[in-house]
Design a binder for this molecule. Structure first.
Ligand SMILES: [Fe+2]
Length: 197
């Protein structure tokens, strides 16, 4: 296991699924329709379904395609957070949490790049995928249960409006209308196609 695998394994969800569900419920209660937090939660759910699609793909071509889609959404989401929300968190007085956010997302980017080099149907691939999924789940738990609630509470209304506009802008700039846009649309259609829980 490489040093980066160890770093990721070390943060693989120490919290239970129940705690993660509670964090999501808190963040959902704090979000308002169309605001930056509701956009974040929407993207977090799309990330979860995209990870599941990679895992459940049954042949190399479909797994590679699903990984590509996951990577597009993950990178677009991370860029928008790093350009807008983490700076907003620092400006609201939570610089330590902002720095933790950047650090964790760097580790995920390193691991996603490494994942691309592995045979898509190998056990190493599934092992690394699970480490990354766990690290992202923990990261989302921190955002939903603590960091973004702080940002929601501390930033004044005019800042909140600007965060929403800028977060949407940065995400759309990366996802765009090109081929990558299809990844987002398809991710949404996967969500739509999922049977109700
Ligand atoms: Fe996030």
């Amino acid at each position: 296991m490489s040093l980066f695998d160890k770093a990721i394994a070390a943060v693989t969800p120490p919290e239970s699924q129940q705690k993660r569900d509670e964090a999501r419920a808190k963040a959902t209660a704090a979000a308002e329709p169309g605001d930056w937090l509701s956009l974040v939660l929407d993207q977090h759910r799309q990330l979860e379904s995209s990870f599941a699609a990679v895992k459940s793909a049954s042949d190399p071509a479909s797994r590679t395609a699903a990984l590509k889609k996951l990577g597009v959404i993950l990178t677009g989401h991370a860029i928008a957070e790093e350009a807008v929300l983490y700076p907003g968190l620092a400006q609201a007085g939570e610089k330590g949490h902002a720095e933790m956010g950047y650090t964790e997302q760097v580790a995920v980017k390193m691991q996603m790049a490494a994942l691309e080099t592995l045979g898509p149907m190998s056990s190493d691939f599934l092992d690394k995928l699970e480490h990354i999924r766990g690290a992202v789940a923990h990261h989302m738990f921190e955002e939903e249960g603590t960091w973004f609630l702080e940002l929601k509470q501390k930033a004044p209304a005019d800042v909140q409006a600007r965060l929403t506009q800028r977060f949407q802008e940065e995400f759309d700039r990366y996802i765009g209308d090109d081929a990558a846009g299809g990844a987002m649309r398809e991710a949404r259609s996967w969500d739509d196609a999922r049977p109700p829980a």
